[in-house]
Design a protein around this ligand. Structure first.
Ligand SMILES: *Cc1c(COP(=O)(O)O)cnc(C)c1O
Length: 360
């Protein structure tokens, strides 16, 4: 069997070129006689891998010099805790709850201090991004938290919230490197790699340096202090070496594609093919308010659970896999990350048209 069109929300499709390169280097990485999986994280060879990965990421995102790049573990979920542990100096934080991941982060922060939900879109099953231009930001808030792209519901912030001068923390797991971003507008940007960057097991955090201190909540474990990792260039303990190596390859691939401006153009073109079809289809409907639509995750339904199931089954047989919506919402979801080629979306739409004609 050949490769399928993989619409998984995560772990997700990676560029075929990257996988082929990794396969070719599996037994002998660039004459070292070892796989990257087998070598010391203190070796010269690995040191170059992690340094190059950081530099390529800095180039792609234009990361200012006063930000640290950390390669961490524990998934996005561990950041839900590390953020309050490291940043909640006044024990106050404001959360904008636009989906399940933001809600989890909000609940976790409540363990550590006075986390408040200052805006939510739960009233309409998270199908839109609320107006965040004039929110009741607490004077003592240590930060304002958002999940910038809501993987499950398919919404994305098109403008950042007005934080009234407070630091902005953003979970960008599912939109990382899908378009350019102005890093200087954020205090912390973080994301799990398994959506748009690399294999599960790596989390990348980009943190403004003045926030990296020893002044953390009492009892914070050494491993959960940003300072521990920043002081040691992400090599305090054994990092997820192989994952970082693959991320580095994806960064090089993105540079070769023309960088993030080119990716944005391509991602917009790709998403438009699918959204235009959903807007004209009599059978399939998008579930998200138009001005909140994500470029990366596109949920849709037929309105009939049996027909949804039939579609998913037939699509899978035709080589379009992982189209089932998240268990909390049902329906379908096509995740069309950077590595999904345009023809994958074109062929999916062709298949949907055929299915619509057969099931009218
Ligand atoms: C997938 C996802 C998470 C959860 O990631 P884990 O690595 O499983 O902890 C959190 N936030 C967003 C936006 C996600 O897409």
């Amino acid at each position: 069997m050949g490769r399928v069109y993989n619409f998984s929300a995560g772990p997700a499709v990676l560029p075929e070129e990257v996988l082929k390169e990794a396969a070719a280097e599996m037994l002998d990485y660039q004459g070292s006689g070892q796989s990257v999986m087998e070598m010391s994280h203190r070796s010269k060879v690995f040191d170059k891998i992690i340094k190059d990965a950081e530099q390529d990421l800095r180039d792609l995102l234009n990361i200012p010099d006063n930000y640290k790049v950390l390669f961490l573990q524990g998934g996005a979920h561990l950041q839900f805790a590390m953020i309050p542990m490291n940043l909640m100096k006044n024990k106050v934080a404001d959360y904008i709850v636009t989906g399940q991941w933001a809600k989890r982060a909000f609940k976790e922060a409540q363990k550590f201090g006075d986390a408040k939900c200052i805006a939510s879109s739960e009233d309409k099953t998270f199908s839109y991004i609320p107006d965040c231009s004039d929110l009741p930001i607490d004077d003592n808030a240590d930060y304002v938290y958002i999940c910038e792209n809501n993987t499950i519901y398919g919404t994305k912030f098109k403008t950042l919230p007005n934080t009234k001068g407070k630091d902005l923390v953003a979970d960008v797991s599912s939109c990382f490197l899908s378009e350019p971003m102005d890093v200087s507008k954020y205090a912390v940007i973080y994301g799990g790699a398994q959506k748009n960057i690399g294999p599960a097991g790596v989390v990348i955090a980009i943190i403004r340096e003045d926030l990296i201190t020893e002044d953390v909540l009492p009892g914070t474990p050494t491993m959960l202090m940003y300072k521990t990792h920043a002081d040691n260039d992400s090599l305090y303990n054994t990092p997820p070496c192989y994952g970082i190596y693959i991320c580095g390859k994806v960064f090089k691939w993105l540079k070769k594609q023309g960088g993030l401006a080119a990716m944005k153009e391509r991602n917009e073109k790709k998403a438009k093919i699918l959204y235009d079809f959903l807007d004209e289809s009599k059978l399939f409907k998008g579930t998200v308010e138009k001005n909140s639509r994500s470029l990366m995750n596109v949920p849709f339904v037929t309105g009939d659970a049996d027909l949804d199931a039939k579609f998913i089954k037939e699509a899978t047989e035709a080589g379009f896999v992982n189209l089932k919506g998240h268990r909390s919402v049902g329906g379908m979801r096509a995740s069309i990350y950077n590595a999904m080629p345009i023809e994958g979306v074109e062929k999916l739409v062709e298949f949907m048209k055929k299915f619509e004609a057969e099931n009218a």
